[in-house]
Each structure stands twice: as C-alpha cells, then as structure tokens.
Design a protein around this ligand. Structure first.
Ligand code: GYE
Length: 385
C-alpha cells in the first residue's frame, strides 16, 4: 500500500482545518479519478481526516517504464507536457527537477507528471537539471521569464537559491519547494513538502540498536561505514545527522568513514570497492539510498564477502523502492528506511489551495515507515514504487 498523505507539524489546527481537509480530499478524489488510477485504487480518509491513496500496484509499471527511460536518457531533459501554451484555463507550472540519478527520483518524476496533466488542468514544463545547480538556477530563471503561474523546485543542494527566489517573488510567482530542503529564508517560498531526513537517519540508527541487541552484540565493537548521498543535499545532511545522533549514544559504534556515492549505483559500487580495500573488518554499511546499496552489494559479492541478514555485513538502506524490497527478500539488505517519492498529488493539491487564496501549511511531511527484511516478502505486493 502506498500512503501519500499530507499532514502538518502543527497538529493543533485540527478543528479549523477539518473543513478545508474535506474539500481537499474531495478535490483529491476527483483528481485521482481523472488521472486514471487503476480500478481498485481508492482514496481513504484516515481517522484524522487526511487523504490517503491506496494503489493496486499499477504505479509499479510506471516505475519500470521509468527505469528503462533512465537507461536511455543521459542528457539533461527539458520538455513541455502541453505545448499549447498557457492559454485557456490551464495552470502553468514549471518544475525544476534534481535529475534522474536514482529509482526514487524517477518515481517522483512519474508522480509529478501523473498529477500535472492537461486533463487535471495544467500546462507542465519539466526540466531535468542533471544534478547541476547552475542548470537548475537557469531553469528557474526561465520559468520567471516565461511568467509561469507556479514554480516547483526540488533543490539539488541546500544553499544558493536566494537570488533566484527573490526574482520569482518580484514576479509574483509562488514557489513550492519539494523533497529536499533549502536554507533560504522561508518568506521566499510559499511552502515546502517532503521527507524528514533527520528522522529517517534516526530510524536507521534505532533499528541498528535493536538489531544488535537482539543478536547480543550490543556491547561489541561495531565498525560502521557510510556511503553518503550527494554532497550538500539535505537528504544527505539529514540522514547523516540523524544516524550520528544515535551513534553518539553508543561508544562501541566506530564510525570509520563516510564518502559520497552521489546517490547512484556506480557511485555506491566505487566507494564500496575502495572501502573493501581499506577496511578488513566491516560490521555495518549504511547506504544513503537504494541505488548506492545495489552497487555496494555487487562490490561486496565480488570481493567474496557476504551481506544481509545471514551475511557478514549488515546493510542499511534508504528509499525502500521495489527493487530494494526484492534485495531484502534475496537476503542482501537488512533494513530499508522509507522515503516516499509520490509527492505529485499532494503538490497539486497545494497549488489548488494557493490558487483559492487559502493559507497552506509552510511545512508538510510525507508519511514514511521502516521495513526490515523479515517483513519484505509480505509487504512487497502492496508497494507502489
Ligand atoms: O533518497 C535519492 C535521490 O532527495 C530524497 O535523492 C531524495 C533522494 C533520494 O536521488 O535516491
């Protein structure tokens, strides 16, 4: 089951916002019906009145399609979903996407493209910024020049967006920041929706505490290596901080090294190869996304070592995409901390609220879980990405 639901850090707003939520949910229901979710998909209300989309797994096909596309596409990609311009009632939205480095990223792109269709009332300009901040800033400047109605920014790194955000503000174009965080003053953007990366890092650490306890290894010296995500990305910073916060409570955990694998399979493979040359005794490998984990697992096997629940090296990963579930079932990954990429419907909902002049919550988190290998087989059929 996928759970895309928007909730706020300000829980006390319940009463006042209940009415607004019902409107949002009804709008969301219409949107999902219009975007052609599978017959068995449905929106349910959680006890708190939040919208949640249950999926029959059809999104998995979309993700598979994306994986193929990823292999084919190396060049930065710029495309306009609807070339008929912003005439008529279409809402013109520009999305400056990070790149296409990972399965997570492709699932998020797919979710956005599925939400921002012409049938849903949008003209959608999509730019794949190829993990290059300069390209991303140029894309944002172009959106300002084109006078789009709304800008969606998934920031590659945290810093350096102030000037372009000011340009958008001067042009009266609201910016919605998604997925990764930025350091710019929050008055420069309308709102942010994404994941709590520090919490994800803590969840990974908490899982390790329990796992070592279960195995009676809680006072043993534990050698830990980390393959970081892209440098400067808030997903990297948060996951590192969260994990290290737990680690500092355990003096027997030795954090030997952390090197960036750029959130890619090749990067993970290269960093792990170097680690295996340098370190003989590795107890735990923390990979900051699934793609890095896939590359690292290949390197571990090539070096004649074993990993996973029955192997020598405990592998912790982030994202929890479908392929990683399979890797857990195959016995290669011990646990995967979810990062939910299905942000499209929620972002579209935010735009509609802004358009209606409603006040939106400044900060909104995706709902996420932690999946240990033992649960992977039972859970995989219900996963949507
Ligand atoms: O974990 C990784 C991707 O920003 C949360 O970026 C995202 C991260 C995700 O490339 O796979």
């Amino acid at each position: 089951m996928i759970k895309v639901f928007v909730y706020s850090s300000l829980e006390e707003r319940e009463g006042i916002l209940m009415k607004k939520r019902i409107v949002a949910v009804l709008t969301g229901m219409m949107m999902v019906l219009m975007t052609g979710c599978g017959d068995s998909d449905m929106i349910v209300l959680t006890p708190k009145g939040d919208a949640r989309i249950e999926d029959d797994g059809s999104a998995k096909d979309a993700a598979a399609e994306n994986t193929q596309k990823k292999e084919e596409t190396q060049e930065p990609e710029t495309e306009t979903e609807n070339t008929e311009s912003s005439s008529g009632d279409l809402i013109h939205v520009g999305f400056a996407q990070v790149g296409s480095e990972s399965g997570w990223r492709l699932a998020q792109t797919q979710s956005m493209k599925g939400a921002f269709t012409e049938e849903n009332g949008y003209q959608f300009d999509f730019v794949d910024c190829n993990n290059d901040q300069k390209t991303q800033i140029e894309a944002l400047q172009k959106f300002v020049q084109d006078q789009v109605d709304y800008i969606i920014l998934d920031p590659i790194v945290e810093d350096g967006y102030e000037d372009v955000l000011k340009e958008a503000q001067t042009a009266n174009i609201p910016v919605i920041v998604v997925d990764r965080n930025i350091s710019a003053d929050e008055s420069l953007y309308a709102c942010w929706l994404g994941s709590d990366f520090t919490n994800e890092g803590k969840s990974a650490g908490d899982w390790l505490v329990e796992d070592l306890q279960k195995k009676g290894r809680d006072s043993e010296e534990i050698n830990i290596l980390t393959i970081l995500g892209s440098n400067g990305a808030s997903a990297t910073i948060g996951r590192t901080d969260g994990f290290e916060e737990v680690a500092k409570e355990h003096s027997n955990w030795k954090l030997l090294d952390k090197q960036s694998g750029n959130f890619t399979k090749d990067g993970g493979n290269a960093v792990m190869k170097a680690y295996l040359k340098q370190y003989d005794d590795i107890d735990v490998l923390v990979c900051q996304n699934d793609d890095e984990a896939f590359g690292a697992i290949e390197a571990i096997k090539e070096a004649g070592k074993t990993c996973g629940p029955n192997g020598d090296i405990i592998v912790i990963s982030f994202d929890a995409g479908g392929e990683a579930f399979q890797a857990m079932i195959d016995g290669d990954i011990n646990v995967d901390v979810e990062c939910n990429p299905l942000e499209g419907p929620a972002v579209s909902e935010l735009i509609k609220q802004l358009r209606n002049g409603e006040t939106v919550e400044k900060v909104q988190y995706m709902e996420e879980g932690v999946f240990p290998a033992e649960e992977a087989e039972a859970t995989l059929p219900n996963r949507a990405y």
